[in-house]
Write a protein that binds this ligand. Structure first.
Ligand SMILES: [Zn+2]
Ligand SMILES: [Zn+2]
Length: 115
């Protein structure tokens, strides 16, 4: 059984909405926002609600939005495919730097072929 924060002999009937302290019927302060244990908690919760009202909810802008993730994924997949092709053509597992070198030399020869 939970007892009141201020009256250890009385059973708590509610909890303060702000600090979560168990409080009895005599101690609870009922406000329009909820039940609180003290004026301090009431003031704090009111101030908090005022702030929430004032600040318009910022639109959720996470760095890793769906678009960013998809873009990164596409780049990684393209890179992995290119890497696999380079290794396959070379007939061996190349180190990443060798693969990039190989890729660049191919790029050069393709450019040279067309121009
Ligand atoms: Zn409280
Ligand atoms: Zn009490």
């Amino acid at each position: 059984m939970t007892t009141c924060k201020y009256h250890p002999t009385r059973l708590a009937t509610s909890r303060c909405k702000r600090c979560g302290m168990p409080i009895c019927n005599d101690c609870k302060m009922v406000s329009e926002i909820g039940v609180v244990c003290s004026q301090a908690c009431l003031d704090a919760i009111k101030a908090f609600h005022e702030r929430v009202k004032e600040v318009p909810h910022p639109r959720k802008r996470s760095f890793l939005s769906g678009r960013t993730v998809k873009g990164l994924l596409a780049v990684v997949i393209l890179f992995a495919i290119a890497y696999a092709i380079v290794c396959f053509r070379a007939g061996e597992m190349l180190g990443p730097f060798d693969a990039v070198d190989q890729f660049i030399s191919w790029g050069r020869s393709i450019v040279a072929y067309f121009f």
